[in-house]
Design a protein around this ligand. Structure first.
Ligand SMILES: C[S@@+](CC[C@H](N)C(=O)[O-])C[C@H]1O[C@@H](n2cnc3c(N)ncnc32)[C@H](O)[C@@H]1O
Length: 245
């Protein structure tokens, strides 16, 4: 039976086109918290970070950070040992509340926010240096051509890039229809299936990373739902192996 999953199909996600204060958008962002938990995204990203970045003074850029709930859960997993962290969260919508900032501050993490389209932001001159750039459920929004442009810019910003994205496979697509059972709204139901169809398989992301960079790429499916991508220095950090789920 043809599933249409042999290649990526990118279609607009409804959440990206709703005003942030639309009740359907608010409901869908709440659903996203559940979905990240069901996919074990926090655990996966925490493991990727621990495997790729030395403890110490760390600067993280998160692209497509949403309301910050995802990274706060990651921070809570890491905060006991990661005590000197500066986190810059970039999203096209300003969703980070004072409450969220206070939650990060309580962990000792210093937070800055950038509200911009990531492609406009990378086109601006200058740009800081980071230890790591991370993305959760973000890359699948973009075409391969756009990802090449993004990766070319990100490789100059940090030695490490980590992403946890939807895996494009039949089980993940079928599981989307079960989200109704956890009360997901129509926006989430649509966007979840769209995300799987736009998700990744095989070594697709490695193939988009700039050739000849001083970094190496690893990517693989973790569990039924997640496609993890890790870029790190060739001469790098000794604990550089993709963590298992
Ligand atoms: C599926 S949500 C994931 C949010 C967060 N990473 C999480 O896991 O909860 C995708 C996020 O990407 C943001 N986004 C989409 N396109 C963007 C762009 N071109 N530039 C910046 N942010 C973008 C959306 O506003 C949204 O917050």
């Amino acid at each position: 039976m043809a599933t249409g999953l042999d290649s990526r199909h990118i279609q607009p996600e409804l959440l990206d086109h709703l005003p942030p204060d639309d009740p359907k958008a608010i409901g869908s962002r709440r659903d996203l918290i559940w979905i990240n938990s069901l996919m074990f995204q926090h655990a996966i990203m925490s493991s990727l970070l621990k495997a790729s970045v030395r403890e110490g003074s760390i600067r993280i850029l998160e692209v497509g950070s949403g309301d910050g709930a995802f990274m706060l859960s990651v921070a809570r997993r890491l905060a006991r040992k990661w005590i000197d962290v500066e986190l810059v969260m970039l999203d096209q919508v300003d969703l980070i509340t004072d409450r969220r900032r206070a939650d990060f501050a309580a962990l000792g993490w210093r937070v800055e926010t950038v509200t911009d389209n990531v492609f406009d932001w990378i086109a601006k001159p200058g740009g800081d240096a980071y230890d790591v750039v991370s993305a959760n459920l973000f890359l699948h929004h973009f075409s391969d051509a756009a990802l090449k442009i993004l990766f070319e810019a990100l490789r100059r910003l940090a030695p490490v890039f980590l992403a946890a994205e939807p895996s494009r496979n039949v089980i993940a697509l079928k599981a989307c229809s079960l989200l109704r059972l956890v009360g997901a709204n129509q926006v989430t139901m649509h966007d979840a299936a769209a995300s799987v169809r736009a998700g990744f398989a095989g070594k697709e992301l490695s193939g988009l990373w700039p050739l000849g960079s001083a970094q190496q790429c690893e990517e693989r499916r973790i569990g039924p739902f997640t496609h993890a991508f890790r870029v790190f220095p060739k001469e790098g950090f000794a604990r550089c192996t993709m963590p298992s789920s």
